[in-house]
Write a protein that binds this ligand. Structure first.
Ligand code: PEP
Ligand code: MG
Length: 328
């Protein structure tokens, strides 16, 4: 059993009709950097920097952050590592920062918080840049962008941090590479502003967890409404298809880093829609790779089309699960 899993991990995910699907890891704990599964992934698609912040007693210093970020970047020197800036608030309050709000998920979280606290944002971005000196694999990802103004504001701060760290690096005879910049697509408003991203971002990453929450107006962690929270809701699937089509037209690379990408049914539908880059938790990597190697991407296209035209999430689940079972 262990042997089979090991051999699965080493191979890359190529469908029977030769479509290469890039499989990335969602990470946040240092343990994520050291396990065997990592050998066979194409990089880190989402490093949740809030995790180390949550484990601390107070805000980590620039030095502490740089050390942590360097550990992950240097674990994958030849592969891209997407470092997401702090996404606290909502379901991830910091123990040392009290935020009292009636609607935390609609409140002061992600980029909204860090743009209101540029000193925290600048320290973090400088730490990331310092951690990347001598490496060329870092991408920076901004969470919870709801409009272009937030992106523009963040770009100004990132440029400032870049200039500062570049000067330090030059003084030490080292070079700093400009990181690629991306945003999370997880707030529905940005779905209608995708063309405005052209020239401003190098990639986008779809956060299907929050996108589902905000499209269906349902708390992702509330057990009472858990039956309403369904990423296979045809409205969510159509939003995902729209993002893929628009990003292809705009020439902006796109991947999915929400839980849907690590779910067998979700992964098949995403591949059927045309997604070729998925990021998932460690525990799902071997399973998803195995499944993707058993299928034809072209067959998935028909399955995805059916799902996009379905009226009910339950129909999507039944049809796709039946297909998976038939494939064994
Ligand atoms: C998402 O929203 O889908 C996502 C990947 O980010 P998080 O789960 O950290 O909010
Ligand atoms: Mg999110």
């Amino acid at each position: 059993q262990t042997k089979i899993v090991e051999s699965e991990l080493a191979k890359c995910a190529v469908t029977k009709d030769n479509q290469r699907i890039y499989i990335h890891l969602n990470a946040g704990l240092s343990a994520d950097t050291s396990i065997a599964v990592n050998r066979g992934v194409d990089g880190v698609g989402l490093y949740r920097t809030e995790v180390p912040f949550l484990l601390q007693r107070s805000f980590p210093s620039e030095e502490e952050q740089a050390t942590q970020y360097h550990a992950i970047l240097s674990s994958y020197p030849t592969k891209p590592v997407v470092m997401r800036t702090l996404d606290i608030g909502g379901d991830k309050p910091l123990p040392y920062l009290a935020i009292e709000e009636d609607n935390p998920f609609l409140g002061w979280r992600g980029i909204r918080f860090t743009l209101d606290h540029p000193e925290i944002f600048l320290i973090q971005v400088r730490a990331m840049l310092r951690a990347s000196i001598g490496l060329d694999n870092m991408d920076i990802l901004l969470p919870m962008i709801s409009g272009v103004a937030e992106l523009d504001e963040a770009i100004v701060l990132i440029e400032r941090a870049f200039d500062e760290v570049q000067k330090q690096a030059e003084q030490q005879g080292q070079t700093l590479r400009r990181p690629r910049l991306g945003i999370m697509i997880e707030v529905p408003s940005i779905l209608y502003q995708l063309p405005a991203l052209k020239g401003k971002v190098d990639f986008i990453s779809v956060g299907s967890n929050d996108l589902t929450q905000y499209l269906l107006a349902v708390d992702r962690n509330n057990a009472r409404v858990a039956n309403v929270y369904d990423a296979l809701h045809p409205a969510v699937l159509n939003a995902l298809k729209h993002i893929l089509t628009a990003s292809q037209q705009l020439g902006i690379p796109v991947s999915v880093c929400g839980e849907l990408a690590g779910d067998p049914v979700g992964a098949l539908l995403l591949v059927g829609m045309g997604y070729r880059s998925l990021s998932m938790n460690t525990r799902n990597v071997a399973k998803i790779k195995y499944i993707l190697r058993q299928i034809d991407a072209q067959e998935m296209e028909a399955l995805a089309l059916q799902a996009l035209n379905a009226a009910l999430a339950t129909d999507v689940r039944t049809t796709t699960t039946r297909f998976v079972e038939e494939k064994g």
